[in-house]
Ligand binder design. Structure first.
Ligand code: FAD
Length: 402
């Protein structure tokens, strides 16, 4: 009796295992993860990092997994998957057969290939050990440089500024979170960070990092220099798709799966940050990086392994917390989409409706939880909402989705 082997013990992997049991799956389940820590939530690592030790919030405790009869190998890397033999092989020499394998290997920080990146005090932020290294350096840190104005860099910037660190953010693009959000939302957050005393520098790349007697100097392409005791590099991630690729499965910046999240091998599935799939909410294929995406896909794959194959259709949603602002996004925005800002009088709030042609494709809100919930429904049900509706006096999304 082989059962299911899940490779990767993050949000997607743990949820797949738990969901399988929730559906009454009674075969063996083995969860293998290379991270040595009890499986934990990643979002708090960049949002609640004030003390010396960052929060380790378990996804499911080890004892809970044990109670569900889920075998867990932590600190163990899968180096090879043999599709002909239907076995996975770990770097420490163990082998296990499978009936179904789920690839939930996530993503890793995109390396920034510049001189000085290896210097002490230069950090990435993806896992618990990264967060702990940063947390230990924060006390007594007066200034920091963040490379990359994406979610992780800006969440860290907000947190550091809130404990009195002077932060400079360097971004190669023209605006904050430019790949992920509309221009009005970028502007809202740029203003918020500047109000916290953070300096944002756009349209410039980083050339090298040098050590100046224990302090870091980040040299920009235009000759300017940003200095800090700590440098945080947040320039995106690359999917961990090598295990799949080496096994001969198609990969293309992510493991390619069908609309039911199955690879070309009918016994192998992929979920979460590492999976590229056709979404009903966007043209072509997408690879999303969010907790909702990982857990939603895990549920679909668990159901499929239990014999209930269905396309994955959950509406994508995401959140980020930066200082006093909670950003929530429902749907998938497009580079070419147009942004319509809903008139809003209350300070600190924002609602941006993104349209691809006539079709509402995403809604970005700040500090507006009810509108975000309505947004998920509006996008899922493709409720016809026009740009004119959004700016009309008295427009309330909740009423439109009733
Ligand atoms: P992961 O959680 O990365 O898990 C994959 C695991 O597989 C990792 O532990 C990895 O080490 C392991 N692995 C890889 N290769 C192997 C191998 N060969 N053998 C064994 N194990 C392997 N999302 C949101 O929606 N909202 C947020 O606010 C938010 N904040 C975030 C803050 C931070 C600091 C980070 C890093 C991410 C944040 N995210 C957020 C993104 C979210 O955490 C990810 O989308 C989510 O973790 C994806 O789950 P996953 O299971 O696909 O990958």
């Amino acid at each position: 009796a082989h059962g299911t082997v899940v490779v990767g013990a993050g949000h997607g992997g743990v949820e797949t295992a738990v969901e399988l049991r929730g559906r009454g799956y009674d075969r063996p389940i083995l969860l293998i993860g290379d991270d040595p820590h009890e499986p934990y939530q990643r979002p708090p690592l960049s949002k609640e990092l004030k003390a010396d030790e960052p929060p380790l919030l378990p996804l499911r405790t080890t004892s809970m997994l044990k109670d569900l009869d889920i075998e867990v190998w932590l600190g163990t890397r899968v180096g090879r998957l043999d599709r002909a033999a239907r076995t996975v092989h770990t770097d420490d020499g163990r082998t296990r057969g499978y009936d179904h394998a789920v690839i939930a290997t996530g993503a890793r920080s995109r390396p920034l290939p510049i001189p000085g990146i290896e210097l002490d005090g230069v950090h990435y932020l993806r896992d618990y050990d990264d967060a702990r290294a940063i947390a230990r350096r924060l006390p007594g840190c007066r200034d920091a440089v963040v490379i990359g104005a994406g979610f992780i860099g800006l969440e860290f910037a907000a947190l550091a500024a809130s404990v009195g660190v002077r932060v400079t953010v360097i971004e190669a693009g023209a605006r904050a979170m430019g790949r992920a959000v509309s221009a009005p939302t970028s502007a809202h957050f740029a203003a918020l960070h500047r109000a916290q005393g953070t300096e944002l520098v756009f349209d410039v790349t980083v050339e090298r990092i040098v050590d100046e007697g224990g302090r870091r100097a980040v040299v920009l392409a235009d000759g300017r220099v940003a200095r800090g005791a700590l440098v945080l590099v947040g320039v995106g991630v690359v999917p961990n798709d090598e295990v799949a690729g080496d096994a001969g499965l198609p990969v293309e910046n992510g493991v390619l799966v069908d609309d039911g999240l199955r690879t070309v091998d009918e016994r192998i599935w992929a979920v979460g940050d590492c999976a590229r799939y056709p979404s009903p909410y966007a043209p072509g294929t997408v690879r999303l990086e969010s907790v909702q995406n990982a857990t939603g896909q895990a549920a679909t794959v668990a159901a499929a392994i239990c014999g209930h194959r269905e396309p994955y259709r959950d509406v994508p949603w995401f959140w980020s917390v930066q200082g006093p602002a909670k950003l929530q996004i429902a749907g998938l925005r497009h580079a070419e989409s147009t942004a319509v800002v809903r008139p809003e009088s209350r300070a600190g709030r924002l609602a941006v409706y993104c349209f691809r042609g006539e079709q509402l494709c995403a809604i970005e809100t700040v500090n507006s939880a009810a509108e975000h919930l309505a947004a998920r429904t509006a996008i899922e049900r493709r409720i016809p909402i026009t740009p004119a509706d959004v700016v009309a006096e008295g427009f309330v999304l909740r009423d439109a989705v009733r």
